[in-house]
Ligand binder design. Structure first.
Ligand code: COA
Length: 159
């Protein structure tokens, strides 16, 4: 049984994340969406909110579970018997960053392999910050996030 981990901040979970996750589900027996508690970013949604939204967005996918984690990703992966890390790579700048991250994780735990997924053309320009900015300014985000995320963003921005 191959368990893969799709880790990130997920602030919030987007249709770009969903696209990567659905494709990973076809390749691996089980995929854990791992929500990072400690990140260098000041998040719009708190840890519990990010977990709840990811749960809501993935509830139709039978081989997916959602879990929060603290500390090193490779330590968390070990605790879940997972040896694959999934990352979405949208463009060249993602690639440079992701190569370094994959290298560090492999150095920390040589049993871990990172698998990159390219985006579909429809989702390649989606990012958490773009979605948050659009939502803050009242733009249409229906092509980028699920309805439950739209509701949560509207609530955050008092709409
Ligand atoms: N579709 C849409 N958006 C995507 C995407 C995709 N396919 N892939 C990435 N993104 C976006 C995210 O929404 C996010 O946007 P934002 O920065 O504008 O909010 C951005 O790309 C990157 O986010 P994310 O994928 O969440 O990565 P991250 O860099 O915030 O998190 C961790 C990376 C959490 C996996 C990493 O920091 C980590 O492993 N932390 C634990 C500590 C550790 O082990 N560090 C490594 C050793 S130093």
């Amino acid at each position: 049984m191959t368990i893969a981990i799709y880790a990130g901040t997920f602030d919030p979970f987007t249709l770009g994340h969903e696209d990567v996750l659905k494709r990973a589900c076809l390749l691996f027996d089980h995929v854990i969406v791992a929500i990072a508690k400690d990140c260098n970013k000041h998040t719009l949604f708190c840890f519990d909110e990010r977990i709840n939204l990811a749960n809501e967005c993935t509830k139709q996918l039978p081989n997916v579970s959602v879990c929060g984690f603290e500390g090193l990703l490779c330590t968390f992966a070990l605790s879940k018997q997972a040896n694959v890390l999934i990352r979405g790579v949208r463009n060249g700048s993602d690639f440079d960053y992701e190569c370094n991250l994959a290298g560090i994780n492999h150095h920390l735990n040589p049993a871990i392999q990172t698998v990159f997924f390219p985006p579909h053309s429809k989702t390649q320009f989606i990012s958490g910050s773009m979605v948050r900015e659009l939502a803050r300014l009242g733009g249409d985000i229906s092509a980028f996030v699920a309805p439950c995320v739209i509701d949560a963003l509207n609530k955050k921005f008092g709409r």
